[in-house]
Design a protein around this ligand. Sequence first.
Ligand SMILES: [Zn+2]
Length: 128
Amino acid sequence: MTDVTNGEYDAFLEALAAGEGYYRVCENGHGLLPPRRACPHCGDRNLTERDLPSAGEIVTHTTVSVPTPQFEDDAPYVTAVVDFGGVRLTGVVRGIDQTAVEIGDRVTATVESNETDGERTIVFRPAE
Ligand SMILES: [Zn+2]
């Protein structure tokens, strides 16, 4: 069971799209992203909201050539996990040649439509 509601996730995507991404941190210092109502690590519900740093670093990346149906027209594409200093976010990398994506690349997070059905998705683009 997860207590991330769609409404909460949508609100997070809207804030991220507006350049006002945020995350939550519990009293034990666990960073929560996407934001949740309770810490999945310790169950703490006393969460503080913080601004998401404008850029993070790619920690892992994968090229997807056989996607799920929702991303059929997007393939091949690169997904990455990006560390924003204690919190991590997963999304699709754009604006970097797929063979050139490297661990340690600095990227910013934003929200764009996917090619397949126009659904909003988290996208990483190279940081300035
Ligand atoms: Zn916690």
